[in-house]
Design a binder for this molecule. Sequence first.
Ligand code: MN
Length: 228
Amino acid sequence: MADYVIAPPLQAAIPVAGGGLFPVRRIYCVGRNYAEHAREMGHDPDAEPPFFFGKPADAVVVDGADVPYPTKTENFHHEIELVAAIGIGGKDIAVADAFNHVWGYAVGIDLTRRDLQAWAKKAAKPWEVAKGFDHSAPIGTMVRAETVATPLSGAIELRVNGETRQSADISDMIWDLPHVIAELSKYFELYPGDLIMTGTPAGVGAVVKGDRLEGAIAGIGTVEARIA
Ligand code: MN
């Protein structure tokens, strides 16, 4: 028994299809990885490559659970994303080797306080309050990588109260998943338990209390959340 002076925090984890829990170590996120989304946010995807930011592991919300409408925002946005889960760590991972490091996949929503993000960009301040707040990462049931086709293409969509808001294909990513893993592993040594949220296509928008979000990626799965 470790000699912790307070109870250790609970381990964030994501249910896996067929049973078991995937423990979450870190959540890495890619910014502006779809050209149309970069443009809708007022940026030129040809001039600026995608980049990384993060969320804390305990921002995870399991599939179907309520997301409390966060404080300090009046423009709370959805971003549907493919999530890759690392099973074998590494640094300076080669593009050709990247899929060998992936344990599984899920569908996630990068919830964003868009007004605070706009303020942070303008004020040259960090993004944590816009991206890394509590309950900001609903993630659906994870599927094992060996049970699905490698996700280099496939429809990705998000509906709010049944109405389609985001609809694209993951082949539209600027950095496909192997390039995301290779690039990220130049900055951080990846470890088992790390999640990578790979960026969102165009069509992001606001949600309010009572809204029901349903996301899906063909061949991977779904995610559901309700704003409470
Ligand atoms: Mn995002």
